[in-house]
Design a binder for this molecule. Structure first.
Ligand code: G3P
Ligand code: CA
Length: 235
């Protein structure tokens, strides 16, 4: 079972930052999950929200800032004083900082703000770092996944969903997805069995309760997306 650190080890360090990704690796994660947005000047940056307020000392939309301005912001102090000075990383930095054995689940966060040529920019970074094979790209924006599939058919894709949609199985087939990423409350043995029959992995989110981790493992889930990889990673 893969242990996928949600926004890095986000219960130990500020989410979607290099300390959170390093901590995930240290505590036994086999993959990290991260969220990407785009700056005004077309750089792909790692941050969860469309806006800056919750996880930085900035204000406004990520997409209204150039990379050089975003890099001046503090993305660590909100979590704990010892992380003051931690910056919003670019996707390139995360790809260079993580060991090649660690998988990366990149969530493209363009379901609220539609960034110009976002898919092309994400792909350009992945190609530059020879990383197409080491990532799974997931999104709630299935149209964006379709675009990525057209641009790069070898990409591993994951369908994200928080409620059952009637087009789930047709979309999975059309995009030849690698994995399904349901909210954990949607997952049971039957669902996992059905997904496996079609050849799809199942990666539920967000699983922080050790008992649920054990139950999902027994139900043969392929991986769990968790804020706390240390709960299971060290065992
Ligand atoms: O990948 C699963 C999960 O990250 C989706 O929700 O809001 O944490 O990005 P969110
Ligand atoms: Ca995410």
């Amino acid at each position: 079972m893969l242990i996928i650190a949600h926004r890095g080890a986000s219960c130990l360090a500020p989410e979607n930052t290099l300390p959170a990704f390093r901590s995930a690796v240290k505590f036994g994660a086999t993959m990290v999950e991260l969220d990407v947005h785009q700056t005004k000047d077309g750089h792909v940056v790692v941050i969860h929200d469309e806006r800056l307020e919750r996880t930085t000392n900035g204000n406004g939309f990520v997409g209204n800032f150039s990379l050089s301005l975003l890099r001046k912001l503090d993305a660590g102090a909100w979590f704990a004083g010892r992380f003051a000075g931690v910056r919003i990383p670019t996707l390139s930095e995360v790809l260079s900082c993580l060991p090649r054995r660690i998988g990366i689940n990149i969530e493209v966060k363009n379901n609220i703000v539609d960034y110009p040529d976002f898919e092309q920019h994400v792909l350009a970074v992945l190609r530059r770092f020879h990383s197409l094979h080491r990532v799974i790209i997931s999104s709630f924006n299935w149209a964006s996944l379709e675009k990525l599939h057209r641009l790069e058919p070898t990409l591993k894709l994951g369908l994200l969903f928080d409620c059952f949609r009637p087009d789930l199985w047709p979309a999975a087939r059309l995009l030849n997805v690698f994995s399904l990423h349901p909210a954990v409350h949607l997952v049971d043995k039957q669902f996992i069995w059905q997904a496996h029959c079609w050849g799809y992995r199942v990666f539920p989110w967000v699983v922080n309760d050790p008992q649920i981790m054990i139950e999902l493992k027994a139900a043969q889930v392929d991986g769990i997306i968790t804020d706390c990889p240390q709960v299971i990673g060290a065992n």
